[in-house]
Design a protein around this ligand. Structure first.
Ligand SMILES: [Zn+2]
Length: 82
Protein backbone atom coordinates (compact mmCIF):
# COMPACT_ATOMS: atom_id res chain seq x y z
CA UNK A 1 0.00 0.00 0.00
CA UNK A 2 1.34 3.40 -0.98
CA UNK A 3 0.67 6.17 1.49
CA UNK A 4 -1.79 8.60 -0.11
CA UNK A 5 -0.33 11.47 1.90
CA UNK A 6 3.42 11.24 1.25
CA UNK A 7 3.66 8.55 -1.42
CA UNK A 8 5.93 6.35 0.69
CA UNK A 9 5.49 2.58 0.65
CA UNK A 10 6.67 2.41 4.23
CA UNK A 11 3.18 1.49 5.44
CA UNK A 12 1.72 -1.30 7.50
CA UNK A 13 -1.72 -2.76 7.82
CA UNK A 14 -3.30 -2.13 11.22
CA UNK A 15 -6.90 -3.07 10.57
CA UNK A 16 -9.17 -4.56 7.95
CA UNK A 17 -8.95 -1.46 5.76
CA UNK A 18 -6.62 0.57 7.91
CA UNK A 19 -2.99 1.36 7.29
CA UNK A 20 -0.28 3.18 9.14
CA UNK A 21 2.44 5.17 7.44
CA UNK A 22 5.76 5.06 9.26
CA UNK A 23 7.01 7.97 7.19
CA UNK A 24 4.39 10.60 7.91
CA UNK A 25 3.14 8.88 11.09
CA UNK A 26 -0.49 9.00 10.09
CA UNK A 27 -3.09 6.34 9.72
CA UNK A 28 -5.42 6.08 6.80
CA UNK A 29 -8.30 3.86 5.88
CA UNK A 30 -9.74 2.97 2.54
CA UNK A 31 -13.27 1.97 1.91
CA UNK A 32 -14.23 1.84 -1.71
CA UNK A 33 -13.05 5.05 -3.31
CA UNK A 34 -13.08 6.95 -0.06
CA UNK A 35 -9.91 7.49 1.94
CA UNK A 36 -9.93 8.82 5.46
CA UNK A 37 -6.90 10.17 7.27
CA UNK A 38 -6.20 9.94 10.96
CA UNK A 39 -3.73 11.44 13.32
CA UNK A 40 -3.02 9.47 16.50
CA UNK A 41 -3.03 11.75 19.51
CA UNK A 42 -1.03 11.29 22.69
CA UNK A 43 -3.75 9.17 24.27
CA UNK A 44 -3.53 6.85 21.31
CA UNK A 45 -6.91 7.68 19.89
CA UNK A 46 -7.48 8.34 16.23
CA UNK A 47 -8.44 11.85 15.25
CA UNK A 48 -10.10 12.10 11.88
CA UNK A 49 -8.53 14.65 9.58
CA UNK A 50 -10.80 16.58 7.28
CA UNK A 51 -9.09 15.79 4.02
CA UNK A 52 -5.80 15.06 2.34
CA UNK A 53 -4.65 18.67 2.61
CA UNK A 54 -5.23 18.60 6.36
CA UNK A 55 -3.40 15.26 6.52
CA UNK A 56 -0.40 16.69 4.66
CA UNK A 57 -0.26 19.67 6.98
CA UNK A 58 -0.46 17.42 10.01
CA UNK A 59 2.28 15.15 8.64
CA UNK A 60 4.53 18.16 8.07
CA UNK A 61 3.81 19.40 11.57
CA UNK A 62 4.55 16.01 13.12
CA UNK A 63 7.80 15.73 11.21
CA UNK A 64 9.05 19.21 12.07
CA UNK A 65 8.04 18.57 15.66
CA UNK A 66 10.13 15.41 15.70
CA UNK A 67 13.21 17.07 14.31
CA UNK A 68 12.97 19.56 17.15
CA UNK A 69 13.08 16.65 19.55
CA UNK A 70 9.84 17.35 21.36
CA UNK A 71 7.09 15.02 20.39
CA UNK A 72 3.42 15.81 20.63
CA UNK A 73 2.85 12.15 19.83
CA UNK A 74 4.22 10.45 22.91
CA UNK A 75 1.71 7.63 22.75
CA UNK A 76 1.58 7.43 19.02
CA UNK A 77 2.23 3.72 18.74
CA UNK A 78 -0.63 2.81 21.02
CA UNK A 79 -2.87 1.82 18.15
CA UNK A 80 -4.08 -1.74 17.99
CA UNK A 81 -2.16 -4.19 15.85
CA UNK A 82 -4.34 -6.96 14.52
ZN1 LIG B 1 2.87 8.81 4.56
Amino acid sequence: MICPVCGSNNTGKVGSDEYYCANCLLEFSKSGRKTQYFYIDEEGSSVLLKNKTAAKKMAAMIQSDQTEGTSILKGKHAFKVY
